[in-house]
Design a protein around this ligand. Structure first.
Ligand code: LMR
Length: 394
């Protein structure tokens, strides 16, 4: 049987992680995988998460199973974080999943079960694991224009033109905020236009929100999914806790199926719980429980908010410092878009050869499509990167 296996395509983000690890240069700079790093280059456990973990260790008296869809307390806390009071509890079916990716996978399986012919529309470009999972599941997919390579902003006209070819019942995958890999995001009024468009064309939004709090703030970053939840008959949301709670390896995420009609929720709930059972039975609990503790304890929540805000503003400062350094070196405003992008990533617009040159000459690692992780920078590496960008002729 094993002889029949074929090598699978390598994930470009994960291969880059391995290449970085093997590079012996001490001054190498990792701008690859989307993991937050502080000025010392570490990915610390957030203070409130550590405090919750300590409390949990003292108070947890069983490791017995939770519910098949996870802990309802986690659903409530995350529903409030992502959707605030835009919907009522009885409009949302929810299932905890192993990370945001797990929630995406479960959401796609729900779509395949309910609407096997629906096409999944993906932004061009998108996180490479989106098309990879969809292809693996054998589901039809299509692309809509999203990133304007000239302005490095959103090609909103192109987006709506392409989505005009979608058929009623098709699903549109949207990044809730902090678009990965580009850093270019819809404005509030564009979200409103998208909502109007989707409803008119009877398209179903599936929002992947993995960086809430990394862009313009927790509430501003959730504007899109909240507006959609208020206006669309139904939608799916995959929320990740990996980045904004820093619990990457714990795998904490939540799938939500939102319906205007609360009568639909019991069936939706039964379905997401069933899908959990088929794929892994009970979802991981540790990370989800820490997140719930942080969100429901006033002191822990306040501390988490303060730390998250520090992370967010730190990335904004790095963006501005890099844009300024490039302004100085190029005597132009060509790279100002870096300061305007939001979230962890920006797509620089370099060719693969230029990305490779930066890696060879300066030990700078970014994804081959020139996505760079802003949080991988610090005061020392910003000038190195700016020099490398200019030397590569980007
Ligand atoms: C990324 O885009 O770098 C992260 O979401 C990590 C991953 O799993 O690819």
């Amino acid at each position: 049987m094993f002889d029949a296996l074929k090598p699978q395509p390598a994930d470009k983000i994960l291969s880059l992680m391995a290449a970085f690890r093997e590079d012996p240069r001490e001054d190498k700079v990792d701008l690859g995988v989307g993991v937050y790093k502080n000025a010392e280059g570490r990915t610390p456990v957030m203070r409130a998460v550590k405090a919750a973990e300590q409390k949990l260790w003292q108070t947890e008296d069983t490791k017995s199973y939770t519910g098949l869809a996870g802990d309802p307390g986690f659903h409530d806390a995350m529903r409030a974080l992502v959707l605030n009071d835009c919907v009522s509890r009885d409009q949302v079916a929810a299932a905890a999943a192993p990370g945001g990716t797990g929630a995406i996978r479960q959401g796609l399986e729900l779509i395949r079960m309910a609407a096997p012919d629906a096409r999944i529309w993906l932004s061009a470009p998108t996180w490479p694991n989106h098309p990879s999972i969809i292809k693996y599941l054998g589901m039809p997919m299509a692309e809509y224009r999203y990133f304007d390579a000239d302005t490095r902003g959103v090609d909103f006209g192109g987006m709506l033109t392409d989505l005009d070819a979608a058929k009623p019942g098709d699903v549109v995958l949207l990044h809730g905020c902090c678009h990965n890999p580009t850093g270019a995001n819809l404005t509030a009024s564009q979200w409103q236009e998208v909502a109007y468009f989707l409803k008119a064309k009877q398209l179903i939004p599936f929002v992947d929100i993995a960086y809430q709090g990394f862009g313009d703030g927790l509430d501003a970053d959730a504007f899109g999914p909240r507006h959609l939840a208020k206006t669309q008959p139904e939608m799916l949301i995959a929320a990740s806790c990996s980045k904004n709670f820093g619990v990457y390896r714990e795998r904490a995420g939540l799938l939500m199926a939102v319906s205007q009609d609360p009568a639909k929720t019991p069936l939706n709930q039964g379905t997401v719980a069933f899908l959990n059972r088929q794929n892994y039975s009970f979802p991981p609990d540790h990370g989800a429980r820490l997140v719930t503790m942080v969100l429901t304890d006033d002191a822990l929540r306040a501390d988490w908010l303060a730390e998250l805000e520090g992370i967010r503003t730190g990335m904004l400062t790095l963006r501005q410092t890099l844009a300024d350094a490039l302004r100085k070196r190029t005597n132009s405003d060509r790279f100002d878009f870096i300061a305007q992008h939001r979230g962890m990533f920006s797509r620089l617009g370099a060719t693969e050869a230029q990305v490779e040159q930066m890696r060879q000459s300066h030990g700078i690692y970014m994804v081959s499509d020139s996505r760079l992780n802003i949080a991988g920078l610090n005061a020392q590496s910003v000038p190195v990167l700016a020099d490398a960008i200019v030397a590569a002729g980007v």
